[in-house]
Design a protein around this ligand. Structure first.
Ligand code: FMN
Length: 245
C-alpha cells in the first residue's frame, strides 16, 4: 500500500460529501445500468460504504459478469471468495492493516489465483467449449498437449500468470459494479498469509492472493485524483517514444 493509499483509507474525511440515499433512490440506482465508457470514467476507489445490502439478484449478476472475464486457455484459475459474514470481515480488515472499507461494505470479493488449476481435470472446460460450438474436438486435443507444455514452461512464473487472470476478473467486477450503481475499491494493502488464513486456505502454499475488493453503496463522493499526461507512460513502437495523442 502506498502512502497515498494509507492516508486515503485512514482519513476518510478527505471525501467531499456524504451521500445518504432514500429507499426510492436505492431502487432506481439498482435499475440504472451505465454504458462501459461511463462506468470506466465514473469509477473511483471508494473508502466508505453504507451498510445497505446488495440484493441477491444484483450480487449474482456481478458474479456472472466477473467470471465472464477471459483467462489463459480459459482455465478460469481464479478462486473467488465473497466475504459477507461479520467475523470474516473483521479477519479481513485485520489482515488489511485495519482498513475499514472491508468492515463497512456488505460484500468483499477476495480474488485468489491457483497456479495449479491446469493440473486439475479440465474435462468440464473442454466439454463446455465443444457444447457451445466455440471449440472443435481438434482444439481440445491441441489444448491437452499445449496447456501442460505452456504451464510447465512457465516455471516460477506460474503464480504471476494465475494472478494476471484473477486481476482481469477483478477488473470485470469493478466495472460491472460501477455499471450497476455500486462502488468498489481495489485493495493491495494486506498481508497474504493473514488473508489466506481468513479464507481457510492457509494449507495451500501455492494459492496466491491477487487483490481484494469491497463492493457496496458509497457513503462518500471521491474526487478523481487525475492521471499523468500520456507522454509519461504511453509510447509508440518503442519505450521512450511518447504517444502524442
Ligand atoms: C492494485 C491496487 C491496489 C490498491 N490498494 C489500495 C488499498 O489497499 N487501500 C486503498 O485505500 N486504496 C487502494 N487502491 C486505490 C488507489 O489508491 C486508487 O486507485 C488511486 O488513488 C486512484 O484513484 P481512483 O481509483 O479513484 O481513480 C488500490 C488501487 C489499485 C489499482
Amino acid at each position: 500500500m502506498t502512502q497515498v493509499d494509507q492516508s486515503l483509507s485512514v482519513d476518510s474525511g478527505n471525501s467531499q460529501a456524504s451521500a445518504v440515499h432514500s429507499t426510492a433512490a436505492d431502487v432506481s440506482r439498482q435499475d440504472a445500468v451505465l454504458d462501459v465508457q461511463t462506468a470506466i470514467l465514473k469509477r473511483r476507489s471508494i473508502k466508505s460504504f453504507e451498510s445497505t445490502p446488495i440484493a441477491p439478484e444484483i450480487l449474482r449478476r456481478l458474479v456472472e459478469l466477473t467470471v465472464a472475464a477471459p483467462s489463459s486457455y480459459n482455465l478460469q484459475d481464479w478462486r473467488i471468495i465473497i466475504i459477507q459474514d461479520d467475523i470474516q470481515k473483521q479477519a479481513l480488515s485485520d489482515a488489511a492493516y485495519g482498513q475499514q472499507q472491508v468492515l463497512q461494505a456488505p460484500a468483499t470479493f477476495v480474488f485468489a489465483a491457483d497456479p495449479n488449476a491446469w493440473k486439475q481435470d479440465l474435462t468440464p472446460i473442454y466439454q463446455q467449449g465443444i457444447a457451445t460450438g466455440a471449440w472443435t474436438a481438434e482444439t481440445v486435443e491441441y489444448f491437452k498437449l499445449a496447456i501442460p507444455r505452456f504451464q510447465m514452461g512457465l516455471g516460477d512464473k506460474g503464480r504471476e500468470y494465475a494472478i494476471k487472470d484473477a486481476m482481469i476478473a477483478a477488473t470485470h467486477l469493478v466495472l460491472a459494479a460501477e455499471g450497476l450503481g455500486l462502488s468498489t475499491c481495489f485493495m493491495n494493502g494486506w498481508e497474504e498469509d493473514k488473508i489466506k488464513a481468513a479464507i481457510g486456505a492457509e494449507n495451500d502454499p501455492d494459492l496466491a492472493i491477487a487483490v481484494i475488493i469491497p463492493v457496496g453503496y458509497a457513503s462518500e463522493v471521491r474526487g478523481n485524483p487525475g492521471r499523468l499526461p500520456f507522454a509519461y507512460n504511453v509510447f509508440v513502437d518503442k519505450f521512450g517514444s511518447s504517444y502524442k495523442g
